[in-house]
Design a protein around this ligand. Structure first.
Ligand SMILES: [Zn+2]
Length: 273
């Protein structure tokens, strides 16, 4: 992981150097200026191709949606942060499940990488597809963390998930997942690893819903449970304020509250690797 990160940074530095060269080129000639008259040396055949490459590199940076993610990875720009939500402070309560060593800064997912989410539909609540999609979208929008729902799986490994594993959403009972005993309706959380000295990121996680949670009108109670667990997944802890969805019993909300949103925005603002 560290080696891969190093290589990405080195590619990014190389790209940055090329962009500086491009800036110098622009400063001298203006963007879109005609190419200089061909020098007498053989460099003529190289320069136009080089400029095309540099313009392509600049386009990738300036217009992140212009080219597929895999292309941007190839030139060392892994992904861009989604629009980081504005942090509205002091409107409510929030807490983090984990903080960086020796700091109050939260542990979160890398905001510059997408986070794959797969669903094991065995035992799922009725209408679960729409509910998972809604929870993913709300959490993505509130945090800026690029959660991506990519498909279904028969994987049920909820205890040993590590780097490279997608986030798993599944349903279970207390016989399979002991933590679901009693009135616990769901679990959510993630695995953190140190990606740089002093910087921990979550790399994968789980959301486990209790098959026994009763449905209510329109499934809204179940949706609140799912959203609450997605809050845990990306790093929110419990608060005592019943005006927040991250109240230990879900509070009296059906969606994220003001403090939940502040906490989610802060989780999406952690440093990229
Ligand atoms: Zn909880």
């Amino acid at each position: 992981m560290v080696f891969s990160g190093y290589r990405r940074r080195r590619r990014a530095r190389q790209l940055a150097r090329r962009l500086v060269e491009l800036d110098q080129w622009d400063a001298q000639h203006g963007l879109g200026a005609p190419l200089p008259p061909p020098p007498t040396r053989r460099r003529t055949s190289v320069l136009p191709a080089l400029v095309i490459v540099l313009v392509l590199a600049a386009a990738v940076v300036l217009h992140p949606t212009l080219l597929p993610h895999s292309w941007r990875e190839t030139v060392g720009v892994v992904t861009d942060r989604l629009a980081v939500p504005e942090v509205v402070t002091g409107q409510g309560s929030y807490a983090f499940l984990a903080t960086q060593p020796g700091s109050e800064a939260p542990v979160g997912y890398d905001p510059c990488r997408s986070v794959e989410v797969v669903v094991n539909p065995s035992g799922a609540w009725e209408g679960h597809e729409e509910m998972v999609a809604a929870a993913v979208e709300r959490t993505r929008q509130a945090s800026g963390i690029d959660l991506r729902l990519t498909g279904t799986t028969d994987d049920r490994e909820h205890e040993r998930r590590g780097p490279g594993d997608p986030v798993l959403v599944m349903w279970a009972d207390e016989d399979e997942v002991a933590e679901l005993a009693g009135d616990v309706a769901g679990l959510g959380g993630s695995t953190a690893v140190e990606v740089q000295p002093g910087l921990r990121h979550y790399v994968t996680g789980i959301v486990v819903l209790d098959t026994d949670v009763p449905g209510t009108a329109g499934g809204r109670g179940r949706q609140a449970v799912m959203d609450h667990e997605f809050g845990h997944l990306v790093g929110l802890g419990h608060v005592d304020d019943p005006g927040e969805l991250m109240h230990h019993a879900g509070g009296h909300r059906l969606g994220y509250g003001p403090g939940d949103r502040e906490g989610l925005a802060r989780l999406g603002a952690v440093p990229c690797r």
